[in-house]
Design a protein around this ligand. Structure first.
Ligand SMILES: Cc1cc2nc3c(=O)[nH]c(=O)nc-3n(C[C@H](O)[C@H](O)[C@H](O)COP(=O)(O)OP(=O)(O)OC[C@H]3O[C@@H](n4cnc5c(N)ncnc54)[C@H](O)[C@@H]3O)c2cc1C
Ligand code: SF4
Ligand code: SF4
Length: 440
C-alpha cells in the first residue's frame, strides 16, 4: 500500500515595498507587523526584513497607498502554480485551533437578558435590553430569553414576554430574595453551563456590573461594560461598541474566541420597546440552589434611601435643561430652573458644572454621569465635548444655546441658538409662559 503524498502547503511569500509608491503615512505598516520585521528609514518608508517576514499580509492590507506587495521565490511560484492547477486554490489549512473554535461556537445559541429586580419590580433597563436583544436574536435567528432570579418573581417572566422574550429561565426561591453576588453567580453559571447562550446582556447598574463581572470571570469569557451600541457581524460575533480612551474614540470590541459573549448597557441607552399585551412564552423553571449556610453574606435589613422622595432621576426625565461652564456660577442656575419648571422638567449639567460644585453629581450628563433620552434636551453654555455628547445625543430633540457658533454641540443639535444664554434662556421662559397664557 502506498502512503499518500502530503499536499504541499500554500506558500505565503514575503512583503516588499513597491518603488516610489510609499506616501510616508506615518508607519502604519510598521505598527501592524506582528513579528516586528519592518523598520522605517529617514524618509518614512519601510524596510522589510525578508527573512523574518511570515507573510501575514497585515502590512499590505493596512497600507493606504497599496505600496506593499507579496513576492515569492521561483520554487514557491511553482508550488502555487501546481496547487492552482490541481484546483486546490482553497487549501488554506484550517488549523486545529480554528476547528476547535468553530465547534465551541456551534454549541452556544440564544440571546439572554438578565432581568434585574428588587422586591419583584424590574429595573426598566431590563426591558430596554430585551428590545435590543430582540434585534440581535432576529439577526442570529435564535431565541430571545429572559433570565429571572428572585423570590415570587414569576410575574416578571410574563412581563418579559410582553417585551419580546419568547422563553424565560426562572429561579424562584427565598434564597434569591435579596441580591447577593454568591447565589446569583452560582445560579447564572449553572444555567449557562446547562443551556449555553451565545450572548448575555445585563444592565450597567450596581447589580448588573457586579454580577456580570463575576459571571464572566467564572465562565472564562470576555465582558464589555457600558456599551452604547450592539450589533452582530457576519460571523455571528457580537459587536460591542463603547467609548474608549477617555471617550475620544468609539471602539467596537469583539469576543470572538470565547462564549458566551457578555455586555452591560447603561439605563436609557437603548430604546424602550412597546410592550405587546397578551404575548406568551415558555417558562423553564430551575430548582438549582446552594445551601444558605454556604452563603457568606447575610441580609439583615434593607434600608431604603430616606431621601429618595427628593431624589431627581434625570435619566428618566422627559425635559432636561442642562447648564455647563458657560453658566459662570451656581447662582445663575436659577434661570435654568425657571425654564425647566415651565416645561415640567429637571436641571442637569456638564461635568464641568458638577466638578465646580454648581450641581450635585447625580445631575451630570455624559460618559461618567447619566445617559439621558428626554423628549427635549436644552444645552446651555455647554461646548459639546464627546464625553458629554455620548450621554445625550439620542435625545428626541436637542436645542443648544451657545455664544460660540463653532461649538461642537451644534453638530448634534436639531435647533441651535447662537447667543448669550443669559438673554436667550429668560426670553425662552417668557415666551413659554406667554404661550401658556394665550392657550388658557
Ligand atoms: C474620562 C472623561 C470623562 C468625562 N465625562 C464627562 C461627562 O460625563 N460629562 C461631561 O459633560 N463631561 C465629561 N468630561 C469632560 C468633557 O471632556 C468636557 O471637559 C466637559 O464636558 C466640558 O464642559 P462644558 O461644556 O460645560 O465646558 P466648556 O467646554 O468650557 O464649554 C463652555 C461653553 O459655554 C459657552 N459659553 C460661555 N459663556 C456663554 C454665554 N454667556 N452664553 C452662551 N454660551 C456661553 C462657551 O462658548 C463654551 O462652548 C469627561 C472627560 C473625561 C476625560
Ligand atoms: S507580511 Fe506580515 S510579517 Fe511580513 S512584513 Fe508584512 S506585516 Fe510583517
Ligand atoms: S503603510 Fe504604506 S504608505 Fe504608510 S509608511 Fe507603510 S508603505 Fe508607506
Amino acid at each position: 500500500m502506498s502512503t499518500p503524498t502530503p499536499k504541499p502547503k500554500r506558500p505565503r511569500g514575503r512583503a516588499q515595498l513597491l518603488a516610489g509608491k510609499c506616501i510616508a503615512c506615518g508607519a502604519r505598516c510598521e505598527s501592524s507587523c506582528p513579528v516586528n520585521c519592518i523598520t522605517m528609514n529617514d524618509a518614512g518608508e519601510p524596510l522589510v526584513q525578508a527573512d523574518k517576514c511570515i507573510g501575514c499580509l497585515k502590512c499590505v492590507k493596512v497600507c493606504p497607498a497599496q505600496a506593499l506587495e507579496m513576492v515569492f521565490t521561483p520554487e514557491e511560484l511553482a508550488i502555487l502554480a501546481e496547487l492552482d492547477k490541481a484546483g486546490a486554490a482553497a487549501t488554506e489549512e484550517v488549523d486545529d485551533e480554528a476547528a476547535a473554535l468553530a465547534k465551541l461556537q456551534a454549541q452556544y445559541r440564544g440571546v439572554w437578558v438578565f432581568v434585574e429586580q428588587a422586591d419583584g419590580e424590574a429595573a426598566k433597563v431590563s426591558w430596554e435590553l430585551l428590545g435590543k436583544g430582540r434585534e440581535l436574536a432576529d439577526k442570529l435567528g435564535v431565541e430571545l430569553c429572559a433570565l429571572v432570579i428572585g423570590h415570587q418573581v414569576e410575574p416578571l417572566c410574563r412581563e418579559a414576554f410582553t417585551y419580546g422574550a419568547s422563553k424565560a429561565y426562572l429561579l424562584d426561591h427565598p434564597l434569591y430574595r435579596d441580591y447577593r453576588t454568591q447565589p446569583y453567580l452560582e445560579a447564572c453559571c449553572h444555567l449557562i453551563e446547562q443551556y449555553k447562550p451565545e450572548v448575555i446582556l445585563m444592565g450597567a447598574t450596581g447589580m448588573g456590573r457586579d454580577l456580570a463581572g463575576a459571571v464572566a470571570t467564572r465562565v472564562g469569557t470576555g465582558l464589555t461594560a457600558d456599551c452604547t451600541g450592539l450589533d452582530i457581524d457576519d460571523k455571528r460575533n457580537l459587536m460591542q461598541t463603547r467609548p474608549a480612551f477617555g471617550g475620544n474614540i468609539m471602539a467596537t470590541i469583539m469576543c470572538d474566541k470565547y462564549r458566551p459573549q457578555m455586555a452591560t448597557v447603561r439605563p436609557h441607552v437603548m430604546q424602550m420597546p412597546e410592550p405587546q399585551a397578551g404575548s406568551v412564552g415558555e417558562i423553564i423553571r430551575s430548582d438549582f440552589l446552594i445551601p444558605e449556610e454556604s452563603v457568606l453574606v447575610k441580609v439583615l435589613e434593607v434600608l431604603r434611601d430616606s431621601d429618595a422622595s427628593h431624589h431627581i432621576d434625570i435619566g428618566g426625565a422627559e425635559f432636561i435643561v442642562s447648564g455647563g461652564r458657560g453658566m459662570m456660577g451656581p447662582e445663575n442656575f436659577g434661570i435654568l430652573k425657571e425654564l425647566a419648571d415651565e416645561l415640567h422638567g429637571v436641571v442637569g449639567g456638564s461635568r464641568s458644572a458638577v466638578d465646580a460644585g454648581w450641581l450635585p453629581h447625580d445631575r451630570q450628563v455624559g460618559q461618567t454621569g447619566k445617559t439621558v433620552r428626554p423628549k427635549i434636551y436644552i444645552a446651555c453654555g455647554i461646548s459639546g465635548a464627546i464625553q458629554h455628547l455620548v450621554g445625550m445625543q439620542d435625545s428626541d430633540l436637542i436645542i443648544a444655546i451657545n455664544r460660540d457658533k463653532d461649538a461642537p454641540i451644534f453638530e448634534v443639535a436639531h435647533y441651535g441658538i447662537v447667543g448669550d444664554l443669559f438673554q436667550v434662556v429668560p426670553a425662552l421662559t417668557r415666551a413659554i409662559r406667554q404661550l401658556k397664557l394665550t392657550r388658557n
